[in-house]
Design a protein around this ligand. Structure first.
Ligand SMILES: [Zn+2]
Length: 68
């Protein structure tokens, strides 16, 4: 039997971190898969949110989606 408990780990090409959550598709080339955080960063960036504000928003999202 296969071990279904092993999550599929990908490495995000944007931040270099491993992640197992469903990936986010890059808006830039519609091809590259990012981790969900970078997907959020890219979306925020596209509406003019600065990098430090992006991190604050991502931290807030993490606080509301803690299910580990
Ligand atoms: Zn990433």
């Amino acid at each position: 039997m296969k071990n279904e408990n092993i999550a599929r780990i990908r490495i995000c090409p944007r931040c270099g971190k491993p992640y197992s959550a469903p990936p986010a598709l890059s808006r830039t080339d519609n091809e590259t898969l990012f981790c969900p955080d970078c997907g959020t960063r890219e979306a925020l960036e596209s509406i003019g949110v600065k990098a430090d504000e992006q991190e604050q928003i991502i931290n807030t999202i993490h606080r509301h989606t803690q299910n580990v």
